[in-house]
Design a protein around this ligand. Structure first.
Ligand SMILES: *Cc1c(COP(=O)(O)O)cnc(C)c1O
Length: 395
């Protein structure tokens, strides 16, 4: 019999009832150190008092009006995101995939209104993940996510990850732009080669193409900068954000330059809920905390300490761990042993982490974790590695 909740997820048999900072508590009262953070979503931990009070205050005033009217929270949050980034304008959505849809539509409309409607194709990269809508599974190109869902949405040309020559070969008279994650999250915290994004920028400028970044996972402080592109010496034309931007409240945003947004005039795009007052109140509160002096420096410092700890795990357990990857607090341990079982064993020990396509444990804790949480995490990781090591020696 089909369960009441459509069984599209392989769920772990645990349900959380409460959260506090980087900790979650299940129905039995057991405490978990949450280094998955709802897949890089709870950037400020669980039940942050400042976010709770912002949401509470807004919830007692107004939940929803409509994009038929001005929404002051959108205007203030958009101004702040513009101030912090390359962008000149923002469209608010309810999720990452919707932010990506807006990004793709913006790129196509740009060429359309410039008299080149044949330029509708985007070059994307193997291992990419951009969401689960029909267009974003086509952009991501994963056969597993495309299978059985009918004709693949046309307009995406995929090339090998980090292969600049392949990008040049794939570009043609139908190309609208290039779409890339600065660090591939879902695939396994795969960082683009140094200088690659800058070369893409130069190539786009020389060829009249738009550069689209999917920073749904890497954005909002995750890598130790507000946006990952800041470490790359370049800026995009269009960028999708979500996950950390709401600290757990569902929303996303598509940031654009004035030039790229040329086609997005009244009537071209919309959303019933996008940018609703509740989301905007939380989003503004999230930014208050993330722009506080020292916040991002702290993320960089914590991230680099965590990376050092993980490098030690690698040297201590070379038969279990094969590689440490990532930047800031977007880190991954590539394993010799199956990651799903490793993550289950970790959970038994009271620590949560997330898997990835490429047999990897993704460590994406709330950005507020301190040294004491790192120590606790490294202890749980080391104990789990030691368990595998003991098993291996016993054989
Ligand atoms: C999570 C994610 C998405 C999709 O976001 P949803 O909110 O699940 O639609 C898109 N791109 C990247 C890089 C992501 O990590």
């Amino acid at each position: 019999m089909i369960p009441p909740v459509l069984p599209t997820y392989n769920r772990a048999d645990v349900a959380f009832v409460r959260g506090e900072g980087p900790y979650l508590f299940d129905e039995t009262g057991k405490r978990y150190l949450d280094f998955g953070a709802g897949i890089a979503v709870n950037a400020l931990g669980h039940a942050h008092p400042y976010l709770v009070s912002a949401l509470k205050a807004q919830s007692e005033m107004l939940w929803h009006t409509s994009n038929l009217y001005r929404v002051p929270g959108q205007e203030s949050l958009a101004r702040r995101l513009i101030e912090l980034s390359f962008a000149d304008s923002v469209f608010f959505t309810n999720s990452g995939a919707e932010a990506m849809e807006c990004a793709i539509k913006t790129a196509r409309r740009y060429h359309y209104v410039n008299g080149a409607p044949e330029r509708y194709r985007l070059i994307t990269f193997e291992g990419a993940f951009h969401g689960r809508t029909l267009a974003t599974i086509a952009a991501g190109g994963s056969p597993k996510y495309l299978e059985g869902f009918g004709p693949k949405v046309d307009g995406f040309d995929q090339v090998p990850f980090g292969d600049f020559e392949a990008v040049k070969r794939a570009a043609g008279p139908h190309t609208a732009g290039i779409l890339i994650e600065p660090i591939q999250g879902e695939y396994g915290v795969r960082v683009t080669p140094p200088g690659f994004l800058k070369r893409l920028r130069e190539f786009c400028d020389a060829s009249g193409l738009l550069l689209l970044l999917d920073e749904v996972q890497t954005g909002m402080g995750r890598t130790g900068r507000m946006f990952a592109y800041e470490d790359e010496g370049m800026t995009p034309d269009i960028m999708a954000l979500a996950k950390g931007i709401g600290g757990g409240f569902p929303f996303g945003a598509c940031l654009v330059t004035e030039k790229a947004a040329k086609g997005m005039v009244a009537g071209t795009h919309g959303s019933t809920y996008g940018g609703n007052p509740l989301a905007m109140a939380v989003g503004n509160a999230v930014l208050d905390l993330m722009t506080a002096p020292g916040f991002l420096e702290q993320v960089r410092r914590t991230g680099s300490h965590f990376q050092q700890h993980l490098a030690m795990l690698l040297s201590e357990y070379p038969h279990v761990v094969s590689e440490v990857r990532g930047r800031g607090l977007m880190l991954g341990l590539k394993l010799h042993v199956p990651a799903p079982a490793f993550i289950a064993a970790l959970r038994e020990r009271g620590m949560l982490a997330v898997g990835a396509t490429e047999n990897l444990v993704r460590l994406v804790p709330p950005l507020i974790v301190g040294e004491e949480h790192l120590r606790e995490a490294v202890e749980a990781l080391a104990a789990t590695c030691a368990g595998y090591e003991a098993e291996r020696k016993a054989v």
